[in-house]
Design a protein around this ligand. Structure first.
Ligand code: MLT
Length: 218
């Protein structure tokens, strides 16, 4: 039985979510994935800045860590319950398929921050058909030994923080290498700053999105 969506106008699907319809039907929809302790409202303003006119689909993570929503369980900061990563990535991919049918959407481009970026990276490894691209903000490797898979030509942008106390630089580099090995068109940039987002992230993500994301056929 599906949990009800949080807002009037959003269909009752398997995740509590916000949905903002497109005003530009040729713009690819964005799947917005918040960080630990966030919710379905957090990234709507960034989504709007990245892609004015695009549909926005923004679910709330189902895992609670002391009342803070997340997209999968962790054992400690940066130490993930990988069985739960797999289970939750599949659950999220099923929700994306359900939402695409309910709202008539092509495959979305994920925009994930921190824990949301990590579940998006897991989707790229486990259910690559769910996404047409991804912007991973402060992402790290979600699975130590992911199953084999391909990511044929999927555009991916990874934005890391040079002074990020949560994501070691080498970890994000390993993620970029793994996604590239699978066939993704990966761009990895290291910006000055820490784990938090800055205007430089929005500017870099917006420029990349406009240059790299295929516009679905009308
Ligand atoms: C995670 O748990 O996904 C990462 O440690 C990032 C975070 O949410 O703090």
């Amino acid at each position: 039985m599906s949990a009800p969506a949080s807002v009037a106008g959003a269909a009752a699907l398997a995740f509590t979510h916000r949905f903002v319809p497109a005003t530009d039907p040729a713009a690819p929809p964005l799947l917005l994935l918040h960080g630990t302790g966030g919710d379905e409202n957090d990234l709507l303003p960034i989504g709007r800045m990245l892609a004015p006119g695009a549909a926005l689909l923004s679910p709330r993570g189902k895992v609670s860590e002391g009342g803070m929503p997340r997209f999968f369980r962790r054992l400690a900061e940066g130490v993930f319950d990988e069985q739960d990563v797999v289970r939750r990535a599949n659950e999220l991919a099923d929700f994306i398929a359900e939402a695409r049918a309910a709202y008539g959407l092509p495959a979305p481009v994920a925009v994930g921050f921190s824990n949301g970026a990590n579940i998006a990276a897991a989707l790229l490894m486990l259910r690559p058909e769910a996404l047409s691209g991804a912007i991973l903000l402060r992402a790290m490797v979600p699975l130590a030994a992911p199953p084999a898979g391909t990511l044929p030509g999927t555009p991916v942008l990874i934005l890391s923080g040079a002074a990020d106390p949560i994501v070691p630089r080498g970890n994000a580099e390993r993620l970029a290498d793994e996604l590239t090995r699978r066939g993704g068109q990966v761009e990895h940039k290291v910006l000055s700053g820490g784990h938090g987002l800055t205007p430089a992230d929005v500017a870099a993500a917006r420029a990349w999105f406009q240059a790299n994301t295929p516009r679905p056929a009308a």
